[in-house]
Ligand binder design. Structure first.
Ligand SMILES: [Zn+2]
Length: 286
């Protein structure tokens, strides 16, 4: 079974961990590292002939359109991570409309192809921001991958479905939801297949979780990572020890772990996986 491999393409300083110590006006003054770390990632995928989905931040696409074109030219899916990387609960509806349409247009201008998928900054589609699904459907997105079905301090809808499904938005439109993967551990949902969790747990835990999803539950996994997780030399920003730990734990091992994962499990873009499940209509996936 093919699993979805996805990357949120943003600079290391866009991570929510730094939102308290950095203002967006300061971003242009910081060293850009996204091109180098994304190209490293593209090399890893190329070695194994794996195609993935890249949820690119509009802020990055505006500054590095050639990077977006390069990712697309290698056969990967370009999807949208919004423009300004603000969690949706901090935006009005109008601000959110502007954020996603600006980012979608930048990505479609760069590649000349329609963008089907969206992932919110910091998985910020929660109960209080479900209205954002209406905006996404109206803007022409076909699937979303932002609802984390867990209990978490920053995000999540604890009882949301764990697997890809069609969802009715509050105003009655339809969108496909492909949630980040969880495994059941002693009756609780545990995130194991992305970001800090992927780096924190021993590699075999992630592999076992994906195999169990595929074989026992008959479902594809959704793996998510960021280019900055492949950049151990990124500058250290002035945050507390817990925040720094969450941001950087085992960051020097991500590349080796992903390489092992690519040989142990089978991967494709999110659109291709949804196409395989029949949720996306054939011909729309790349
Ligand atoms: Zn992000």
């Amino acid at each position: 079974m093919k699993n979805a491999l996805t990357f949120d393409v943003e600079e290391y300083f866009h991570a929510e961990a730094f939102s308290r110590v950095l203002r967006p006006e300061e971003w242009p003054t910081l060293e850009s590292r996204v091109t180098r770390s994304t190209e490293r990632l593209l090399d890893i995928l190329d070695r194994d002939g794996v195609r993935a989905t890249f949820f690119v931040l509009g802020w990055v696409a505006d500054r590095h359109p050639a990077l977006v074109r390069e990712i697309a030219s290698l056969g990967h899916e370009i999807a949208c991570h919004g423009h300004g990387h603000r969690m949706i609960q901090h935006l009005s509806r109008d601000e959110f409309v502007r954020d996603v349409t600006q980012a979608k247009r930048a990505l479609e201008d760069a590649t000349g192809r329609p963008v089907l998928g969206y992932r919110a900054p910091t998985f910020s589609i929660m109960r209080e921001t479900l209205w954002s699904l209406d905006v996404l459907a109206e803007a022409g997105f076909r699937y979303d991958s932002s609802i984390f079905p867990i209990v978490h301090d920053r995000y999540g809808i604890p009882d949301a479905p764990r697997f890809p499904h069609r969802l009715k938005t509050p105003s009655g439109c339809e969108i496909i939801e492909f949630p980040p993967s969880t495994m059941m551990l002693m009756g609780r949902r545990v995130p194991v297949a992305g970001g800090g969790d992927f780096r924190l747990f021993p590699y075999r835990v992630t592999r076992r979780a994906i195999r169990r999803l595929n074989r026992r539950e008959g479902q594809p996994a959704m793996v998510y990572l960021h280019p900055w997780e492949f950049d151990p030399d990124q500058p250290r920003l002035p945050v507390g020890p817990l925040t720094r730990f969450r941001h950087l734990v085992n960051v020097g091992r991500t590349e080796a772990r992903l390489t092992r994962l690519l040989s142990d499990c089978s991967f494709a873009s999110a659109a291709d996986v949804l196409n395989g499940t029949g949720l996306l209509v054939s011909g729309e996936a790349r």
